[in-house]
Ligand binder design. Structure first.
Ligand code: ADP
Ligand code: MG
Length: 484
């Protein structure tokens, strides 16, 4: 008789492991990758955990192997090991769970699409390959214009911290559409951060990998218009039938369906039909599912079935890489300092960054002048002035310098003259208050100072605001001018 104590042990051991893991990875990753895991048993210091799919196993092995190993050893001692039980896709005939031994080496199947995923299975002592669950036989062929734009490929989608999870998941989906844990795949972000690009890249890559699959990209608005037309023309059934034949359905900007009850109803049915048949659904939105207003609860709960991943603002290096890739693709030579200048100053979104780049190129062609920093400065100033919400460090410096009648070079010099120090500290303070730049970036912009100097400046300004009335007047007037 197996005593119940052991049952409690494995749950307890896994619970302890989870506690350590939780402290070591971002909350979103923990929720996605560790919450769905079930501990199964603990025998002879081997802890068995059950994961929902082969893909899940791959991902854990790819991204969390080191952490998992360390944690298990911490809990079970040096000879503690881990085994997985993988739940196979339900469409597979052989659906009994397999036990596989955790491989010692780091796998690399996901980021490298050319590596296939044969899993070495230890099944009752024998070794066997899991049949590839990702081949769907008997595809119906229909002619569909996928509405994909070649430019929006993975090749042109620069990877950065801001998009790593979403991009990797997208890549994995394009390898195995419909059968990863990411169905639906919900991508959300503010405007201009790459939702459309990434969702299209997945579509393009699926077409490359599986030319027979029917991929359709469309905006939620297009979907809604088609539906309204079908109601008017009384061919609603054709409309629904058409969508039910799609293998990979990409619906962009789902938030535009807010309040459109009938369209949501029909989308709900299409969603269910596709999802039940392991067809891939990709949705983009300007908000996370929990924050989407005006969308039916039953749809929202389905959006949470798969993976919801957000795209963040790109950091400086990523912005530089994006600009370089674009100029390279367009065959344009752009001096490095211009690229860096743009990347420093335009931080709000990638569309604006590209817009500034295009304006500079257009200006230089129009005036037959070479692209240089001066031109870039003028363009950026224009963009910044047009867009009151986005204020750059350079713009702040310019306003502060004009106000105190000093030059930007003086502001950024090492001068300890009182009025210059004061202007510099105010410029640093406003940069911290009004831009998203870090203390380090602000320091770099203010004549290569370090982050501690910026921090000190901010504190000084805060103190002076409370004690020095004239200083407070300067501050208030400058705020008005900067925000003009
Ligand atoms: P969204 O749909 O979130 O509003 P888009 O996908 O339209 O944003 O992206 C805006 C612009 O930025 C597009 O031209 C796109 O190609 C570009 N872009 C976005 N993310 C990246 C990236 N990671 N690498 C390169 N270009 C990008
Ligand atoms: Mg978009």
């Amino acid at each position: 008789m197996i005593p119940t104590v052991i049952e409690k042990d494995y749950a307890q051991v896994w619970d302890n492991c989870l506690r350590i893991i939780k402290d070591n990875i971002p909350a979103q990753s923990f929720k996605t990758w560790f919450v769905p895991i079930q501990p199964v048993k603990l025998e002879k210091n081997v802890l068995t955990i059950q994961v929902p799919s082969p893909f899940f196993y791959e991902w854990l092995e790819e991204h969390y192997i080191t952490l998992l190993k360390k944690t298990v050893k911490k809990e079970l001692g040096a000879d503690g090991t881990l085994e997985y039980t993988i739940i196979m896709d339900s469409s597979q005939q052989n659906s009994s769970p397999f036990t596989i031994r955790m491989p010692a080496s780091h796998r690399n199947a996901i980021s490298n699409p050319s590596v296939s995923m044969p899993l070495n299975i230890n099944h009752e002592g024998g070794s066997k390959e899991i049949p590839n669950p990702f081949v769907i036989p008997g595809l119906k062929k229909i002619k569909v214009n996928s509405q994909l734009n070649d430019r929006l490929s993975f090749d042109n989608f620069i990877e950065g911290d801001c998009n790593r999870l979403a991009r990797s998941a997208g890549y994995a989906i394009s390898d195995k559409p419909g059968v990863t844990a990411f169905n639906p795949f919900f991508i959300y972000s503010n405007v201009g951060l790459g939702k459309t690009h990434l969702s299209q890249a997945i579509g393009i890559q699926v077409k490359n990998n599986f030319p027979d699959k029917t991929v359709l990209y469309l905006s939620a608005e297009q979907f809604q218009h088609q539906f309204t037309d079908s109601v008017l023309n009384r061919n609603q059934n054709d409309f629904v039938n058409f969508y039910q034949m799609i293998d990979v359905l990409i619906i962009d900007d789902i938030h535009n369906l807010a309040g459109k009850q009938k369209t949501q109803d029909v989308f709900f049915h299409i969603f269910n039909h596709l999802h039940q048949r392991s067809k891939q659904i990709i949705i983009t939105s300007d908000k996370a599912p929990v924050e989407l207003n005006g969308i039916e609860q039953r749809l929202l709960s389905r959006f949470k079935w798969g993976l919801a991943a957000d795209l963040q603002l790109p950091d400086f290096e990523t912005r530089v890489a994006i600009l370089k890739k674009k100029t390279y693709n367009d065959g344009i030579e752009m001096p490095n300092d211009v690229i860096e200048y743009l990347a420093y100053n335009i931080t709000s979104n990638i569309r604006e960054l590209e817009g500034a780049l295009n304006s500079i190129i257009a200006q230089s062609v129009l005036n037959k002048k070479s692209i240089n920093l001066d031109l870039a400065r003028r363009m950026v100033d224009k963009i910044v002035i047009c867009n009151t919400k986005e204020i750059s460090i350079d713009y702040i410096q310019k306003v502060v310098c004009d106000y105190f009648s000093i030059s930007v070079d003086e502001l950024n010099s090492k001068s300890r003259k009182r009025d210059i120090v004061q202007a510099r500290q105010l410029a640093m303070f406003f940069s911290k208050e009004m831009t998203k730049a870090s203390l380090a970036t602000i320091g770099l912009h203010c004549g290569n100072k370090d982050h501690a100097t910026v921090l000190h400046a901010c504190r000084t300004v805060n103190n002076l605001l409370e004690t020095d009335r004239l200083f407070k007047t300067y501050h208030d007037e400058l705020v008005r001018k900067i925000k003009l």
